[in-house]
Design a protein around this ligand. Sequence first.
Ligand code: CO
Length: 442
Amino acid sequence: VTTATAPGPHRDGGDLVRRLFEFLDSSPTAYQAAAEATRRLDSAGFRKLDEREAWSLERGAGYYLMRNDSTVVAFTVGTDPVESSGFRIVTAHTDSPSFKVKRGSESAKNGLLRMSVEVYGGPIYSTWLDRELSIAGIVTLAGPDGLRRRLYASAAPTAIIPNAAIHLNREMNKGFAYNPQDHLKPVIAGLTGDHPKLEEWVGKELGVEADSILDYDLYLADRTPASYVGFDRGLIASGRLDNLAMCSAALEALVSSAPTAHTRLAVLFDNEEVGSRTWQGADGALLRDVLERVVIADGAAERESLFRALARSVMLSGDAAHGVHPSYADKHDEHFTPTLNGGPVIKISAGQRYTTVAHTAALFELECRERAVPVQRIIARSDNASGSTVGPVVSSRLGVPSLDIGHPILAMHSLRETGGAKDHPFVVEALRGFYESSREWR
Ligand code: CO
C-alpha cells in the first residue's frame, strides 16, 4: 500500500504549488498576469519605477517597471557595483495562445449573437470548443484627466464556441480542420431581440458608462481553476502553464534568493507567442535600455561600464518544455524523453533555436546537482524542427551567454496543459541556484 506523497521535494513544495495555482487562476490574460506579478513584488517590498523619471537605485533593493501593463521587468540591485558584478537574468513570458476579440464585430445569426475573433499565437483549436469561456483583458476609458486603463475579466462564463453535432459531421473524429473565421466564432448571447453591445456589458461590469469605453484589448480565456490530478496528486492541470509556471517560478526565486553581489532580474515579456516584436516584447530595446539605466543609476561614469557589466552577465531563458507523452513517445528522439516530475529540462538545438551551449548547461547542471534538483535534457528528433522562445533574440541582442530550460508539460498550447506537481518546486530551486551562484559563469 502506498500513501499519497506530498508534492515537491522541498519543505515548501506544497506552498509553491498553491501559489502557482493562485497565479494561474488570477491570470486569464497577460494583463492580469502582469498585475499579479506586481502584487507579489509589492508585497515583497519592491518599488515601482517610472520610465519617465530619473532613477536612483539603492544597492540591495528591489524595483520593477511595467510596459503596456503586460510586461514586467523586476530586479534586485546587487550589493557590489554593477559594472564589476554584472547581471543574472531570467526571462519568461506572460502571454499564452488565445483568441482576440475583433472590436465591434458582434452580429446576430439564427437567433444567436456571436463575434469574430483573431487567432493569437498557436492554440490547439479543438480544446477551446464546447467550454464556458470568459472575456478578459484591458479596456481604455475616457476619464476627466485623459485616458485610463482598467483590467477586465468576466467572472461568469460569457462565451462559448459550440462544435457541430456529430450527426452533422460523421467524419469529425477522423480530424476536422477548423477554419477560425467560420467555425470559431464565440456565441456571447442567446436571446433574440435587442442584444447589448460588448461595451455595454463590460461597462456594466466595471461600473462605467459604455460610452466611456473608447477601445479594448480583450481575449477569450478559460477560468477553470488549476488543480492537482491523479491518485497521488502527482500531476497538475491548468490553462497557461506555458508560461505562467515560469513567470511564477522566476518571481518566487527572485524574491526569496539571498542577497548577491550581482544584480538579479526576472523579465516577464508579453508577446512571445506572436514573435516578440513589440515595444514591450523581447525583440526590442526594452531590456537593453533597462540594463543601461541600472548601470547609470548605479553611478557609472562612462558608457564602458555597461559593456563591462554585460561582459560579466549571464541569462537563463525559461519556457515550457515537451515532457514525453506515452501515446506519442515516437515524436521524441528515444534518448531524450524528459518525464513529468523529472525536474527542469535543458533545451538544446544545433540550429541554436535554443541558446544552450555546453558551458552554460554544465554550470546549470552543477548548481542543480548541489541543490538535489534532477535535470533532464531535450534535443528534438533530427527529422523535426524544434520550437523556440525569447532566448535567442534576447541573448543575441544583449551579447550575453544563455541557456534555455523549462518545466516539462504535456499538450503544450492546449487550453488545458498537464504538468508534474514536483517540477515547479524543482524549477524554483534551480532558479535560486542560478541567481545565488557565486561561480563565474563565463
Ligand atoms: Co511558451
